[in-house]
Design a protein around this ligand. Structure first.
Ligand code: AMP
Length: 277
Protein backbone atom coordinates (compact mmCIF):
# COMPACT_ATOMS: atom_id res chain seq x y z
CA UNK A 1 0.00 0.00 0.00
CA UNK A 2 1.25 3.44 -0.91
CA UNK A 3 0.57 6.30 1.51
CA UNK A 4 0.57 9.79 0.03
CA UNK A 5 0.12 13.17 1.70
CA UNK A 6 0.05 15.59 -1.21
CA UNK A 7 -1.95 16.02 -4.38
CA UNK A 8 1.17 16.18 -6.56
CA UNK A 9 2.39 12.84 -5.24
CA UNK A 10 -1.01 11.22 -5.70
CA UNK A 11 -1.11 12.24 -9.36
CA UNK A 12 2.11 10.29 -9.95
CA UNK A 13 0.47 7.07 -8.80
CA UNK A 14 -2.84 7.40 -10.64
CA UNK A 15 -1.63 7.33 -14.25
CA UNK A 16 -3.08 4.74 -16.65
CA UNK A 17 -5.49 3.17 -14.21
CA UNK A 18 -8.25 0.87 -15.33
CA UNK A 19 -11.10 0.94 -12.76
CA UNK A 20 -10.76 2.98 -9.59
CA UNK A 21 -12.89 2.46 -6.48
CA UNK A 22 -12.67 5.46 -4.18
CA UNK A 23 -13.76 5.55 -0.52
CA UNK A 24 -13.59 9.00 1.12
CA UNK A 25 -13.53 8.95 4.93
CA UNK A 26 -12.61 11.06 7.94
CA UNK A 27 -10.74 8.15 9.55
CA UNK A 28 -11.20 6.38 12.90
CA UNK A 29 -12.13 3.51 10.64
CA UNK A 30 -14.67 0.88 11.72
CA UNK A 31 -16.58 -1.98 10.10
CA UNK A 32 -18.89 0.51 8.36
CA UNK A 33 -15.96 2.04 6.48
CA UNK A 34 -14.51 -1.41 5.93
CA UNK A 35 -17.67 -2.62 4.20
CA UNK A 36 -17.28 0.23 1.67
CA UNK A 37 -13.60 -0.60 1.18
CA UNK A 38 -14.36 -4.32 0.70
CA UNK A 39 -16.99 -3.55 -1.90
CA UNK A 40 -14.59 -1.20 -3.69
CA UNK A 41 -11.96 -3.96 -3.58
CA UNK A 42 -14.38 -6.48 -5.13
CA UNK A 43 -15.44 -4.19 -7.96
CA UNK A 44 -12.26 -2.36 -9.05
CA UNK A 45 -8.67 -2.98 -10.03
CA UNK A 46 -7.39 -0.07 -7.89
CA UNK A 47 -8.77 0.98 -4.49
CA UNK A 48 -8.05 4.45 -3.14
CA UNK A 49 -9.12 5.47 0.38
CA UNK A 50 -8.83 9.02 1.65
CA UNK A 51 -8.62 10.01 5.30
CA UNK A 52 -9.17 13.70 5.84
CA UNK A 53 -10.95 15.39 8.73
CA UNK A 54 -12.45 18.11 6.60
CA UNK A 55 -12.54 21.40 8.53
CA UNK A 56 -15.08 23.12 6.25
CA UNK A 57 -17.87 20.69 7.12
CA UNK A 58 -17.63 21.39 10.86
CA UNK A 59 -19.51 24.42 12.14
CA UNK A 60 -18.25 26.81 14.82
CA UNK A 61 -18.39 25.05 18.18
CA UNK A 62 -18.61 21.53 16.70
CA UNK A 63 -16.19 18.69 17.43
CA UNK A 64 -13.44 19.36 14.83
CA UNK A 65 -10.67 19.48 17.45
CA UNK A 66 -11.75 16.41 19.34
CA UNK A 67 -12.87 14.34 16.34
CA UNK A 68 -11.22 10.91 16.86
CA UNK A 69 -7.92 10.54 15.02
CA UNK A 70 -6.39 7.05 14.82
CA UNK A 71 -3.85 7.30 12.07
CA UNK A 72 -1.72 4.25 12.86
CA UNK A 73 -4.65 1.90 13.39
CA UNK A 74 -6.29 3.23 10.22
CA UNK A 75 -3.16 2.54 8.15
CA UNK A 76 -3.11 -1.06 9.44
CA UNK A 77 -6.81 -1.54 8.64
CA UNK A 78 -6.35 -0.23 5.10
CA UNK A 79 -3.28 -2.41 4.51
CA UNK A 80 -5.13 -5.50 5.63
CA UNK A 81 -8.16 -4.65 3.51
CA UNK A 82 -6.01 -4.56 0.37
CA UNK A 83 -6.15 -0.82 -0.25
CA UNK A 84 -3.70 0.24 -2.98
CA UNK A 85 -3.37 3.94 -2.20
CA UNK A 86 -4.12 5.70 1.08
CA UNK A 87 -4.46 9.44 0.56
CA UNK A 88 -3.99 11.47 3.75
CA UNK A 89 -3.62 15.06 2.61
CA UNK A 90 -2.80 18.00 4.83
CA UNK A 91 -5.31 20.87 5.03
CA UNK A 92 -2.80 23.17 3.31
CA UNK A 93 -2.47 20.87 0.31
CA UNK A 94 -6.22 20.79 -0.26
CA UNK A 95 -7.52 24.28 0.56
CA UNK A 96 -6.47 27.68 -0.78
CA UNK A 97 -7.00 31.26 0.36
CA UNK A 98 -10.19 32.93 -0.89
CA UNK A 99 -11.08 29.91 -2.95
CA UNK A 100 -14.15 29.22 -5.05
CA UNK A 101 -17.00 27.69 -3.08
CA UNK A 102 -19.69 25.17 -3.83
CA UNK A 103 -23.08 25.74 -2.28
CA UNK A 104 -25.51 22.97 -1.37
CA UNK A 105 -28.97 23.26 -2.99
CA UNK A 106 -31.18 25.81 -1.22
CA UNK A 107 -33.88 23.35 -0.15
CA UNK A 108 -32.46 19.85 0.13
CA UNK A 109 -29.16 21.14 1.44
CA UNK A 110 -30.73 23.16 4.23
CA UNK A 111 -33.39 20.89 5.71
CA UNK A 112 -32.88 18.23 8.42
CA UNK A 113 -29.10 17.86 8.88
CA UNK A 114 -28.65 21.02 6.82
CA UNK A 115 -31.02 22.95 9.09
CA UNK A 116 -29.39 21.80 12.31
CA UNK A 117 -25.93 22.23 10.80
CA UNK A 118 -26.38 25.17 8.40
CA UNK A 119 -23.46 25.20 5.96
CA UNK A 120 -22.35 21.65 6.78
CA UNK A 121 -23.23 20.33 3.33
CA UNK A 122 -21.44 23.22 1.60
CA UNK A 123 -18.26 21.91 3.20
CA UNK A 124 -19.08 18.29 2.40
CA UNK A 125 -19.72 19.03 -1.28
CA UNK A 126 -16.63 21.25 -1.47
CA UNK A 127 -14.31 18.50 -0.27
CA UNK A 128 -16.00 15.70 -2.21
CA UNK A 129 -15.77 17.73 -5.44
CA UNK A 130 -12.07 18.34 -4.79
CA UNK A 131 -11.40 14.68 -3.97
CA UNK A 132 -13.31 13.44 -7.03
CA UNK A 133 -11.30 15.78 -9.24
CA UNK A 134 -7.97 14.81 -7.67
CA UNK A 135 -8.58 11.06 -7.75
CA UNK A 136 -9.89 11.07 -11.33
CA UNK A 137 -7.48 13.74 -12.60
CA UNK A 138 -5.61 11.22 -14.76
CA UNK A 139 -8.86 9.85 -16.16
CA UNK A 140 -9.15 6.23 -15.08
CA UNK A 141 -11.21 4.07 -17.46
CA UNK A 142 -13.91 3.71 -14.80
CA UNK A 143 -14.39 5.75 -11.62
CA UNK A 144 -16.65 4.58 -8.80
CA UNK A 145 -17.10 6.22 -5.38
CA UNK A 146 -18.59 4.46 -2.37
CA UNK A 147 -20.80 6.13 0.22
CA UNK A 148 -22.78 4.79 3.19
CA UNK A 149 -26.56 5.12 3.43
CA UNK A 150 -25.87 5.98 7.09
CA UNK A 151 -25.39 9.57 5.90
CA UNK A 152 -28.49 9.49 3.72
CA UNK A 153 -28.81 13.21 3.04
CA UNK A 154 -25.11 13.48 2.24
CA UNK A 155 -25.41 10.57 -0.21
CA UNK A 156 -28.39 12.14 -1.98
CA UNK A 157 -26.71 15.54 -2.23
CA UNK A 158 -23.57 13.97 -3.67
CA UNK A 159 -25.69 12.14 -6.24
CA UNK A 160 -27.28 15.50 -7.09
CA UNK A 161 -23.88 17.18 -7.42
CA UNK A 162 -22.75 14.44 -9.82
CA UNK A 163 -25.87 15.04 -11.91
CA UNK A 164 -25.92 18.86 -11.72
CA UNK A 165 -22.19 19.22 -12.47
CA UNK A 166 -22.03 16.40 -15.08
CA UNK A 167 -19.33 14.54 -13.17
CA UNK A 168 -18.01 11.30 -14.61
CA UNK A 169 -18.27 9.12 -11.52
CA UNK A 170 -20.62 6.33 -10.51
CA UNK A 171 -21.88 6.68 -6.94
CA UNK A 172 -22.36 3.35 -5.17
CA UNK A 173 -24.65 3.53 -2.10
CA UNK A 174 -23.73 0.98 0.59
CA UNK A 175 -25.84 -0.53 3.37
CA UNK A 176 -25.62 0.65 6.99
CA UNK A 177 -23.44 -1.55 9.20
CA UNK A 178 -24.58 -1.99 12.82
CA UNK A 179 -23.11 -3.61 15.89
CA UNK A 180 -24.67 -6.79 17.25
CA UNK A 181 -27.11 -4.71 19.34
CA UNK A 182 -28.31 -2.68 16.36
CA UNK A 183 -26.39 0.55 16.99
CA UNK A 184 -25.27 2.03 13.65
CA UNK A 185 -21.48 2.19 13.64
CA UNK A 186 -20.04 5.69 13.67
CA UNK A 187 -16.67 7.19 14.53
CA UNK A 188 -18.56 9.42 16.97
CA UNK A 189 -19.71 6.36 18.96
CA UNK A 190 -16.24 6.62 20.53
CA UNK A 191 -17.60 9.58 22.54
CA UNK A 192 -20.25 7.38 24.22
CA UNK A 193 -19.83 5.84 27.65
CA UNK A 194 -21.12 2.32 28.23
CA UNK A 195 -24.37 3.67 29.66
CA UNK A 196 -24.80 6.14 26.83
CA UNK A 197 -24.28 3.36 24.28
CA UNK A 198 -27.04 1.42 26.02
CA UNK A 199 -29.31 4.49 25.85
CA UNK A 200 -28.46 5.05 22.19
CA UNK A 201 -29.90 1.64 21.31
CA UNK A 202 -33.34 3.24 21.52
CA UNK A 203 -32.59 4.87 18.13
CA UNK A 204 -32.28 1.64 16.16
CA UNK A 205 -35.07 0.11 18.24
CA UNK A 206 -37.39 2.92 17.18
CA UNK A 207 -36.47 2.38 13.52
CA UNK A 208 -37.12 -1.35 13.92
CA UNK A 209 -40.46 -0.55 15.50
CA UNK A 210 -41.27 1.66 12.49
CA UNK A 211 -40.42 -1.06 10.00
CA UNK A 212 -42.51 -3.58 11.95
CA UNK A 213 -45.50 -1.21 11.88
CA UNK A 214 -45.05 -0.73 8.15
CA UNK A 215 -44.97 -4.49 7.62
CA UNK A 216 -48.28 -4.64 9.52
CA UNK A 217 -49.71 -2.13 7.04
CA UNK A 218 -49.43 1.10 9.07
CA UNK A 219 -48.36 3.71 6.50
CA UNK A 220 -49.48 6.94 8.19
CA UNK A 221 -46.24 8.68 9.15
CA UNK A 222 -47.85 10.55 12.08
CA UNK A 223 -48.86 7.26 13.69
CA UNK A 224 -45.41 5.79 13.10
CA UNK A 225 -43.69 8.89 14.48
CA UNK A 226 -45.78 8.75 17.66
CA UNK A 227 -44.66 5.18 18.34
CA UNK A 228 -41.04 6.00 17.53
CA UNK A 229 -41.11 8.92 19.99
CA UNK A 230 -42.41 6.56 22.64
CA UNK A 231 -39.48 4.17 22.08
CA UNK A 232 -37.00 7.08 22.18
CA UNK A 233 -38.61 9.00 25.04
CA UNK A 234 -35.45 8.88 27.15
CA UNK A 235 -33.47 10.65 24.38
CA UNK A 236 -33.26 14.25 23.28
CA UNK A 237 -34.78 13.93 19.79
CA UNK A 238 -33.78 16.60 17.23
CA UNK A 239 -35.93 15.28 14.44
CA UNK A 240 -37.76 12.27 13.09
CA UNK A 241 -38.43 12.69 9.38
CA UNK A 242 -40.18 10.74 6.66
CA UNK A 243 -38.98 11.58 3.17
CA UNK A 244 -38.95 10.06 -0.29
CA UNK A 245 -35.78 9.24 -2.21
CA UNK A 246 -35.65 12.90 -3.29
CA UNK A 247 -35.91 14.10 0.30
CA UNK A 248 -39.47 15.41 -0.06
CA UNK A 249 -41.52 15.05 3.14
CA UNK A 250 -44.09 12.26 3.14
CA UNK A 251 -47.44 11.91 4.92
CA UNK A 252 -47.65 8.27 3.96
CA UNK A 253 -44.94 5.65 3.58
CA UNK A 254 -44.38 4.47 0.02
CA UNK A 255 -42.73 1.08 -0.23
CA UNK A 256 -39.33 1.27 -1.97
CA UNK A 257 -39.52 5.09 -1.88
CA UNK A 258 -39.32 6.12 1.79
CA UNK A 259 -36.49 6.92 4.15
CA UNK A 260 -37.08 7.36 7.87
CA UNK A 261 -34.43 9.55 9.47
CA UNK A 262 -33.63 10.20 13.11
CA UNK A 263 -31.24 12.65 14.74
CA UNK A 264 -30.87 12.89 18.49
CA UNK A 265 -28.52 13.70 21.29
CA UNK A 266 -27.27 11.33 23.92
CA UNK A 267 -25.92 13.86 26.39
CA UNK A 268 -23.29 15.75 24.37
CA UNK A 269 -23.09 13.35 21.47
CA UNK A 270 -25.20 13.88 18.39
CA UNK A 271 -26.17 10.68 16.56
CA UNK A 272 -28.03 10.04 13.29
CA UNK A 273 -29.57 6.89 11.90
CA UNK A 274 -32.11 5.90 9.28
CA UNK A 275 -33.80 3.08 7.41
CA UNK A 276 -34.66 2.87 3.75
CA UNK A 277 -38.10 1.31 3.24
P1 AMP B 1 -17.04 9.33 7.74
O1 AMP B 1 -15.67 8.86 8.02
O2 AMP B 1 -17.93 9.34 8.94
O3 AMP B 1 -17.08 10.62 6.95
O4 AMP B 1 -17.69 8.24 6.78
C1 AMP B 1 -17.09 7.87 5.56
C2 AMP B 1 -18.06 7.02 4.77
O5 AMP B 1 -18.40 5.86 5.52
C3 AMP B 1 -19.38 7.74 4.47
O6 AMP B 1 -19.79 7.41 3.16
C4 AMP B 1 -20.32 7.16 5.50
O7 AMP B 1 -21.67 7.18 5.10
C5 AMP B 1 -19.80 5.74 5.58
N1 AMP B 1 -20.21 5.13 6.85
C6 AMP B 1 -20.02 5.61 8.10
N2 AMP B 1 -20.59 4.79 9.02
C7 AMP B 1 -21.17 3.79 8.33
C8 AMP B 1 -21.93 2.63 8.68
N3 AMP B 1 -22.22 2.34 9.96
N4 AMP B 1 -22.36 1.82 7.70
C9 AMP B 1 -22.08 2.10 6.39
N5 AMP B 1 -21.38 3.15 5.98
C10 AMP B 1 -20.93 3.99 6.93
Amino acid sequence: MIIVNSVEELLKYTRDLDSVGFVPTMGALHQGHLSLIKRARDENSTVIVSIFVNPTQFLEGEDLDKYPRKELADIEICKRAGVDILFMPTVESIYFKDELRIEAPAIRGFILEGAKRAGHFNGVLQIVMKLFNIISYNRPKKFRAYFGKKDAQQLILIEQMVKDYFLNVEIIPCEIIRDSNGLALSSRNAYLSKEEKEQALAISRSLKRASKLIMQGVLDTKKIEKEMREVMKSLDIEYIAFVDRNFKKQERIELKNSIILVACRVNNTRLIDNIWI
